[in-house]
Design a protein around this ligand. Structure first.
Ligand code: MSP
Length: 502
């Protein structure tokens, strides 16, 4: 069966409402998924929710609800959020669904039968916030555990452990032989540094039911539930398997994640798969974290960006544009309301919006909205930009791709100023030249709509609508200059990004 491009996001804990960080990860993943479709390969995009574990159980208790009701309520908000972001996801996983739980139990049983687990007593400390056991190494210079661990409990309990160490050398060799397995490079070096300098400790994959009941029961010992990370990571495989598309989708092409959960994805997950004799994903793509006004976002101080409020005020595509244009995949980013408004005004309202509007208005005014005969003055510039964009999309260089598109927009705005069609229109001797300029502009508007498909799907559709062209997905690499035909009658333009000057 043909392999389909398969991309995922991390699945979010359902212990609160979605914020900018969650939105960013989902949008960049969506742009990559849509790019694949616009470059000729079908793609399957999976996102969803991580609903088990102590963190969620605690949040439910704090809300006076049972865990399942609590998750069901919040899941509605998160699903609505995915729709609000205009995501093209093909499924939405919730780890409390039977279809997921069955596969987790299958994998656990297989590893247990293979002798990959053993039982031992643990005496030490546990961070519910990070859902992980701590060691003396996690104490800071004052002998205390870092605040990132939240409240730390002391524990003595019997648990099941997964022997990771035996796969350490294999993983180092895999990462060295596959330089793109972890991207960008600094994250790859981080993983290699860790793997080469520390002996991997065995991973505790169980939690006694008496301490934590909110989880998937271990299939071979009903006194325990599954460690939430083992459960959560398996979502990437459980859904393809549950929907009968494992052979088409697995291995995943890209897992998009934030920098804080690198070790789980680049160390534990490949080892789990390797031990289960399954193929490992092709790439872990790691993005940075957003701050607001150079400070950590925090609900308690009110320093947050609410994506839904921004979208309601400015529109979805303005939000999608800003997050992808502002922050490349890798480094950390900083949100400022001023920065957002500035990009909206300069790049969307004045840059793209004004160009489309004046091009189509002039065609309406001077040619009754009818596309003149083809002309190729800008064909070369457009083809160079298109080829560069295609290369950037293939390399997941999303921010650079937007810069390529906007350089072409700048070129077009300059073209309007240079050729001054509004002056030509007054001189009947220049009618032919005016037709040429109008063709170059209108065909460029069409190409912009094609190129914007992965980034700003709604805007791309709206431009196509204004051009009175169909809205089917168009292959970016194959759509070239001159496809707009003479005689096509365009519609009256409407502002794509209305000006918001105070
Ligand atoms: N449930 C786990 C992931 C399990 S994946 C098998 C989890 N959930 S989370 O809700 O805490 O985070 C989900 C994703 O959002 C992570 O990739 C995380 O890095 C990302 N972000 C959370 N806050 C962020 C920012 N402030 N900025 C950018 N991304 C951030 O971890």
């Amino acid at each position: 069966m043909n392999k389909q491009f398969y991309i995922t996001t991390a699945i979010d804990y359902v212990n609160g409402q979605p914020h900018l960080g969650h939105a960013y990860e989902k949008i960049i993943t969506d742009v990559i998924a849509r790019s694949q479709c616009c470059l000729g390969s079908e793609s399957f995009y999976l996102t969803g929710l991580d609903e088990h574990g102590q963190k969620v159980q605690q949040a439910a208790e704090d809300n006076g609800q049972n865990a399942q009701d609590y998750c069901n309520n919040l899941a509605e908000d998160w699903q609505a959020f995915a729709a609000k972001l205009g995501l093209s996801n093909g499924d939405f996983v919730r780890t409390t669904e039977e279809r997921h739980k069955t596969v987790v139990a299958e994998i656990l049983q297989g590893l247990y039968d293979k002798g990959e687990f053993y039982q031992k007593e643990y005496v030490g400390f546990y961070s519910a916030k990070q859902e992980s056991f701590l060691t003396e190494k996690d104490r800071n210079d004052n002998g205390e555990f870092d605040p990132i661990y939240g409240e730390v409990q002391e524990l003595r309990e019997n648990n099941y452990y997964f022997k990771l160490g035996q796969y350490q050398q294999w993983l180092i060799e895999h990462i060295e032989a596959n330089p793109n397995f972890v991207a960008p490079d600094n994250r790859r070096n981080e993983v290699l540094g860790f793997l080469k300098n520390e002996n991997l400790e065995d991973l505790c994959i169980s939690r006694p039911k008496e301490r934590l009941s909110w989880g998937i029961p271990l299939p071979f010992d009903s006194d325990y539930v599954t460690y939430v990370w083992f459960d959560a990571l398996t979502n990437y495989l459980s859904i393809p398997r549950a929907i009968g598309r494992e052979s088409e989708l697995w291995p995943a092409d890209i897992h998009v994640i934030g920098k804080d959960i690198l070790k789980f994805h680049a160390v534990y997950w490949p080892i789990m798969l390797r031990a289960a004799n399954l193929e490992i994903p092709k790439q872990i793509l790691v993005h940075g974290w957003w701050q607001k006004d150079n400070q950590k976002m925090s609900k308690s101080t009110g320093n947050v960006v609410d994506p839904v409020a921004v979208i309601d005020e400015w529109g979805l595509d303005a939000f999608r544009y800003y997050v992808v244009r502002e922050l490349d995949i890798g480094p950390d980013g900083n949100w400022t309301d001023e920065g957002f408004a500035a990009r909206y005004g300069a790049e969307l309202a004045n840059g793209l919006g004004n160009l489309i509007n004046r091009s189509l208005s002039m065609l309406g005014r001077y040619r009754d909205g009818v596309v003149p005969e083809a002309h190729d003055e800008l064909a070369h510039d457009a083809t160079v930009a298109r080829d560069k964009l295609v290369e950037q999309l293939r390399a997941n260089e999303l921010q650079a791709g937007l810069m390529t598109i906007w350089s072409y927009i700048a070129r077009l705005n300059q073209y309007v100023d240079e050729t001054a069609p509004f002056k030509m229109a007054k001189d009947p001797n220049q009618a032919k030249r005016l037709g040429e300029v109008l063709y170059n502009l209108t065909e460029s508007c069409r190409l912009l709509a094609v190129w914007l498909q992965p980034y700003l799907p709604t805007t791309s559709h709206r431009i196509m609508e204004q051009l009175n062209l169909p809205k089917d997905i168009i292959n970016i690499a194959q759509s070239g200059w001159g496809e707009l035909t003479a005689g096509q009658k365009v519609n009256k333009p409407e502002a794509l990004f209305p000006r918001r000057d105070k």
